[in-house]
Write a protein that binds this ligand. Structure first.
Ligand code: S3P
Length: 167
């Protein structure tokens, strides 16, 4: 496939799992944005937030997306905040399709509750906070998305088939 796929959605929506399956089942190259930024910076996302702040992290995300302009046949698992910036959405749209993976706040909570690698949820690990943050972000996710896939109650393989059929 010549097109790239950008997976957007809230933390814990399953972007990484779906991206890995698209790589394994459809032979796509995989870029995990958070991992790439961590390896470029030589520190974790939590460290970047703590040492240089969120705005700095957001500028790293934008730079990475711009650098992906010449990619082909690549699935990009985006950080959950990527679709919040108009310039990021433009960079993604210029070289691929944008797929929004949606999941219920309760599902998200169950997936992330025991993790400590997401600074925005540290100290806010509850369904109410996740729901409120998701509600705030939802218009941007929907506006950015070429395709929305509901992930609750759908298997990983089914989700990948739905995405691939759309491409
Ligand atoms: C963020 C999501 C995280 C990571 C950072 C900020 C967000 O990625 O980029 O903690 O603003 O939603 P995941 O969605 O992969 O957890």
């Amino acid at each position: 496939m010549s097109k790239n796929i950008f997976l957007i959605g809230f933390m814990g929506a399953g972007k990484s799992t779906i991206a890995r399956t698209l790589r394994d089942e459809y032979g796509m190259r995989l870029i995990e944005m958070d991992e790439q930024i961590e390896s470029q910076e030589g520190r974790t996302i939590s460290q970047i937030f703590a040492e240089d702040g969120e705005d700095y992290f957001r500028s790293l995300e934008t730079r990475l997306l711009v650098d992906l302009a010449n990619e082909k046949n690549t699935v990009v698992s985006c950080g959950g905040g990527v679709a919040m910036r108009t310039e990021n959405v433009a960079a993604m749209r210029a070289c691929g399709r944008i797929v929004y993976l949606s999941a219920a706040p309760e599902t998200i909570y169950e997936r992330v509750r025991h993790t400590h690698n997401r600074p925005l949820l540290e100290g806010n690990m509850n369904v109410e906070y996740i729901e409120a943050m998701m509600k705030k972000r939802l218009p941007k996710y929907l506006e950015a998305a070429d395709l929305t896939v509901e992930t609750d109650g759908t298997s990983t393989l089914q989700i990948c088939q739905e995405i691939f059929a759309y491409m």
